[in-house]
Design a protein around this ligand. Sequence first.
Ligand code: ATR
Length: 272
Amino acid sequence: MTDQYAVIGNPIGHTKSPLIHGLFAESCGQQIEYTAIEGSTSDFAGDVARFKAKGGLGMNITAPFKLQAFELATQPSERARLARAANAFKFEGDAVLAENFDGAGLLRDIEHNLGQPLAGRRVLLLGAGGAVRGALLPFLGAGPARLVLANRDMAKARVLESEVNDPRLLLSTYEDLVGQSFDLVINATSASLTGELPPVPESVFANAALAYELAYGKGLTPFLQVAKKAGVNTLADGVGMLVEQAAEAFEWWRGVRPQTGPVIKRLTVPLV
Ligand code: ATR
């Protein structure tokens, strides 16, 4: 039987994961079958168990199951623990190994694909939800000069700060960002999903080299529009992150690192 993998989410109709993993497998000469499963919101554990019982070797997990996936894991990685969320499983006997590759995928896209290393740079991260939780450890590991996290709900930001417990992570309200300057500005809020703009002052973009929007396929979101107007050179959405996190999972499962460039190129929709 061909090695079985799947992505599970709800809804799952628009997932790009089978296409991405299919292209990876083809380019690496690997035989795998990768399907999409619409998970039941009342029986996520049952869906996972059934896939595993059929001989499934690994899964990607997407909304709204990433937190439940973490709870189900028997061996979560450190970054999955900090995020309290998992986006990939590997099944080994009875063990459910869990990983969170979202942050590593984002970091790789920014540094490798977009050519903007974090080391020594001033980085502003907007939001304090799941996406930011996943990004904090990889970002701090990349050695930024400053990593500032801004969120509307400061209590939520302070919880994250205490969990990370790293003096290089600084918190700010949106108002206090006025007059502060950054090299990289990353929107990890969910504001763009509803066409909203986080209350970020335009001045944060004055000297920025990159504005990155984690949402993908939304075109020039209000956040990217403000950045463009402020003259930021490189504008990006999360398509590269999506492909890079998939590549991390593929390598974890198969022991081979796929080329991501051609896949990103194929999925990229111009930001207009
Ligand atoms: P995700 O898992 O996608 O990160 P989440 O955990 O629900 O989603 O977190 C959403 C984040 O987007 C939160 O940080 C939220 O800010 P608050 O904690 O202050 O609510 C942020 N967010 C959502 N809409 C926003 C908006 N219009 N402006 C600013 N931040 C917004």
